[in-house]
Design a binder for this molecule. Structure first.
Ligand SMILES: *[C@@H]1O[C@H](CO)[C@@H](O)[C@H](O)[C@H]1NC(C)=O
Ligand SMILES: *[C@@H]1O[C@H](CO)[C@@H](O)[C@H](O)[C@H]1NC(C)=O
Ligand SMILES: *[C@@H]1O[C@H](CO)[C@@H](O)[C@H](O)[C@H]1NC(C)=O
Ligand SMILES: *[C@@H]1O[C@H](CO)[C@@H](O)[C@H](O)[C@H]1NC(C)=O
Length: 662
């Protein structure tokens, strides 16, 4: 904006004011006109534009007669080179058009613009007309802020956002650049100053640092060259003005993720204050405003390429680790093993954490969401994962009961879908809760649910998972990539499919084939399973629970029956809730085209496990390769499987969240 230093002097009247380029200021001619003035005329420098209101009649007399409330509106389109280099003058005439007086306004125009990357191309453009608002979509606008939730400290680990100072100069790249651009004369008239200010609410969500470092000396600068301007306790601070044609760099850091009480939008104002007579506060005469939205935390579905696989090492899982190592190597990603002194025997890597990321046009990094579950693995995400360009966020259920449904085996995300014409290019989050009509039951804790819903870009779906003893959605569903249709299939556990397969075996003369062959006391024949009425009744109940979820998933993800594959899996009931009867094949790890599936130990036909044969044939059609991993003793018997015991950090989406149409 151009500011104009306006000075009116005729006879007894003197007054200063500031105008802004592109804005209009008002001069009420009554004020400066000598008492008997009847007509007036206006002259000005070429870079000054004026408008008379109400506009004089086109064929009206010259000079123009006063019309009750005649007002002159001024704008200027270029900054002044020196103070008072433009002017506007008004001549006043009496009834007989005799000259009564002249008012001269000396004008000095400054351009002041607080700039951000409102067009989201990674560059801070000059005075984007949309910088003061935020709009979703490919034709949208508005700058983006990251929560500075990683840790640049190499020795003393803590979140960068916890410090009211720049942690290290390298931390500046996690912040959004903001530039104050000025042009105009080298000196501002006496008494004018600039202040930056934010609201009390936003002060908890944002900090702004200013660079005093010399231009182009970024890598030679020190943290002391980046003092805090606003944020925390500081809602407003004077910004030293570098007049003339200058730029001052600011760095903006986000402190909070969107949540129930925080939509994610933040505004930063820069005002020019005009000196006023003694005793009165300075008045803002011009405010420029920029708006940021804090980037949401985004989850990554199974259809994205794996980067790193995480598992725990325990005293009893060597064979499992060996098979996982081979699978991970074949899939071309890294295996990270959390050692026993860190996991303290807690092998449920899926349940303690969920990997996601945050993204902006200037920076992107992975962020781990730490579950309030807080098992013996609880220190792992903070102590091991948090680091430079690896963020951390958690939600604490203060005083609230945390249940098994708070484990993140109960937090999944679908691949991208379109539902009744609405696109979800980042998929939809899936959680498990109590049956909606249940008066009591376990639920995912409210603080985590609120956080997930507030991220907005992967609108969650709540499934019914409380029917399971452990209660996690990953016990009955997963997604695998597919070359056709919607690019994926939903896999669902299906007792019906399992009974069908077992009956087929019986009819084919394999009724005496044994499940759990070689596992000693566990062994049981196909005939015995099929004649167990209690088991049949339990599985009818389980099938009805899964069918209920199937309908929700079809509706909320816009799926047809041929987007879904039913896997032969049986459950049985313990303590009134269901657990997998044999290793739960749907609880698999998906690494590109490679699936790591719990080895089911099904009945053998001609030396081959009938369950594996069925599973392999279902997956082969999709170009997927199945590796069966024996997790029987070290996971299945403890009510979990391969997926529960592992976690995968994946590549982010190429789709940018700000391009979502909301
Ligand atoms: C300007 O002068 C006219 C006529 O004297 C008066 O009616 C009007 O209220 C004045 N306007 C202002 C803003 O003082
Ligand atoms: C600009 O004009 C104002 C008002 O006439 C005057 O007070 C000021 O000294 C002038 N500045 C310069 C640099 O001429
Ligand atoms: C920032 O400016 C806008 C518009 O000019 C105003 O509505 C808002 O109250 C200002 N906020 C602060 C904290 O000054
Ligand atoms: C559990 O969470 C869901 C989803 O937010 C909610 O609709 C439901 O009312 C909650 N149920 C209970 C029993 O708290």
């Amino acid at each position: 904006m151009l500011t104009v230093h306006l000075f009116v002097c005729n006879c007894c009247f003197c007054r200063t004011a500031l105008l802004y380029l592109g804005q209009v200021a008002v001069v009420n001619e009554n004020l400066s006109a000598p008492p008997s003035s009847t007509y007036f005329s206006v002259k000005c420098s070429p870079n000054v534009q004026y408008r008379i209101t109400p506009p004089p009649a086109k064929s009206g007399p010259i000079p123009t007669p006063f019309n009750g409330n005649t007002v002159l509106l001024l704008t200027m389109d270029t900054a002044s080179e020196v103070e008072n280099d433009s002017k506007l003058s008004v001549m006043y005439y009496g009834k007989k058009k005799e000259v009564l007086g002249k008012a001269v306004v000396h004008l000095t125009a400054f351009e002041i613009s607080l700039d951000v990357d409102a067009d989201r191309d990674g560059q801070v453009e000059r005075n984007n007309p949309n910088k003061g608002s935020w709009m979703w979509g490919p034709n949208g606008h508005g700058a983006i802020l990251l929560v500075n939730c990683d840790s640049e400290h190499t020795c003393r680990k803590s979140l960068d956002s916890e410090h009211a100072e720049v942690t290290r100069v390298s931390d500046l790249k996690d912040m959004s650049p903001m530039v104050l651009r000025t042009s105009g004369p080298a000196k501002l008239p006496e008494g004018y100053k600039l202040t930056m200010h934010i609201s009390q609410g936003d002060a908890e969500c944002v900090r702004v640092f200013r660079s005093t470092a010399e231009k182009n000396l970024f890598y030679k600068s020190f943290v002391k060259d980046y003092p805090l301007v606003v944020g925390g306790e500081d809602l407003s601070k004077e910004v030293p003005c570098l007049w003339g044609n200058a730029e001052m760099n600011f760095y903006v850091e986000g402190l909070r993720f969107p949540d129930k009480d925080f939509e994610g939008l933040i505004s930063i104002n820069l005002s020019m204050l005009e000196p006023s007579s003694q005793g009165f506060p300075e008045t803002p005469i011009f405010t420029d405003r920029v708006v940021f939205r804090v980037a949401p935390w985004i989850m990554t579905p199974n259809t994205l390429d794996p980067v790193e696989v995480f598992v725990c090492s325990t005293t009893d899982n060597d064979p499992f680790l060996k098979r996982m190592r081979r699978l991970v190597k074949n899939s071309g990603c890294k295996l990270k093993i959390c050692p026993e002194d860190m996991n303290r025997g807690d092998r449920w890597m899926q349940d303690e954490i969920e990997f996601g990321y945050i993204d902006s046009p200037h920076q992107r990094f992975p962020v781990v969401l730490d579950s309030p579950r807080d098992g013996d693995l609880q220190d792992f995400p903070y102590d091991v994962l948090l680091g430079q360009d690896f963020g951390y966020v958690t939600r604490t259920a203060y005083g609230k009961e945390v249940s098994s449904l708070d484990s993140f085996g109960n937090l999944e995300v679908s691949p991208p879908v379109t539902v009744n014409g609405k696109n979800y290019p980042l998929g939809r989050i899936i959680i498990g809760v109590a049956f909606p009509t249940a008066t009591k039951g376990r639920n995912m804790t409210k603080v985590v649910q609120d956080f997930l819903w507030a991220q907005k870009v992967q609108e969650p779906i709540a499934l019914f998972s409380d029917w399971l003893l452990v209660g996690h959605v990953d016990e009955f569903m997963t997604f695998v990539p597919a070359p056709d249709k919607k690019g994926f299939r939903l896999l669902l556990a299906s007792p019906d499919a399992s009974y069908k397969l077992f009956r087929g075996l019986q009819n084919g003369g394999h009724g005496q084939a044994k499940m759990f062959d070689g596992l000693g006391a566990e062994e049981i024949t196909v005939d015995e399973i099929l004649s167990d009425e209690k088991l049949k009744a339990e599985n009818n109940y389980v099938q009805s629970c899964i069918d209920w979820n199937r309908d929700v998933l079809k509706r909320e993800l816009g799926l047809d029956d041929d987007d879904i594959i039913d896997l032969p899996i049986l459950f049985h009931v313990m303590e009134n809730r269901a657990v997998a009867y044999y290793p739960d094949m749907v609880n698999m790890i998906v690494l590109g085209k490679n699936l790591g599936i719990p080895k089911p130990f099904g009945p053998k036909v001609d030396g081959r496990c009938a369950l594996e044969a069925e599973m392999t044939s279902l997956m082969e059609g999709l170009g997927l390769s199945c590796t069966y991993i024996d997790d029987f003793a070290s996971y299945h018997k403890l009510l979990g499987e391969v997926h529960c015991g592992s976690n995968v950090r994946r590549e982010p989406f190429s789709f940018k969240w700000w391009n979502l149409e909301m």
